[in-house]
Design a protein around this ligand. Structure first.
Ligand code: SF4
Length: 116
């Protein structure tokens, strides 16, 4: 086999490896991004276990007496969306999205920003 055909074959194999690896890497990144921005449905098993409701006013007070009317995902420590966003990531749900107006039994008050 000549040096030229060896180089051609090596080049072909390298480009095959690159073209088959890139889409896979991109696809896994897209899947990870989609998983994170995926909205948590109330029917999700973890959501059900934590009494998650998309609307804090719909929380069952009998079942969750610790719930207070002003408690919402957007004033919970675990919620990391920008102020004003309708939904955002919740650390408890592996950064899947919950509604700003939602609530679950893991609610913890977000600390007030330090005054300067
Ligand atoms: Fe909402 Fe906080 Fe429960 Fe997450 S932990 S669902 S932000 S109340």
């Amino acid at each position: 086999m000549s040096a030229h055909s060896n180089n051609t074959r090596r080049h072909f194999l390298r480009s095959l490896a690159i073209t088959s690896t890139i889409p896979l890497a991109m696809a896994s990144r897209v899947v990870a991004a989609e998983a994170k921005s995926e909205k948590v449905p109330e029917s999700d098993p973890v959501a059900t276990a934590f009494g998650y409701k998309e609307d804090t006013t719909k929380v069952d007070q009998q079942k969750y007496p610790q719930h207070k009317p002003g408690q919402r995902c957007d004033n919970c420590l675990h919620y990391t969306a920008k102020a004003g966003d309708a939904t955002g990531p919740c650390a408890i749900f592996q950064n899947r999205h919950v509604t700003a107006a939602g609530w679950c039994m893991v609610w913890v008050a977000k600390p007030e920003p330090a005054k300067q």
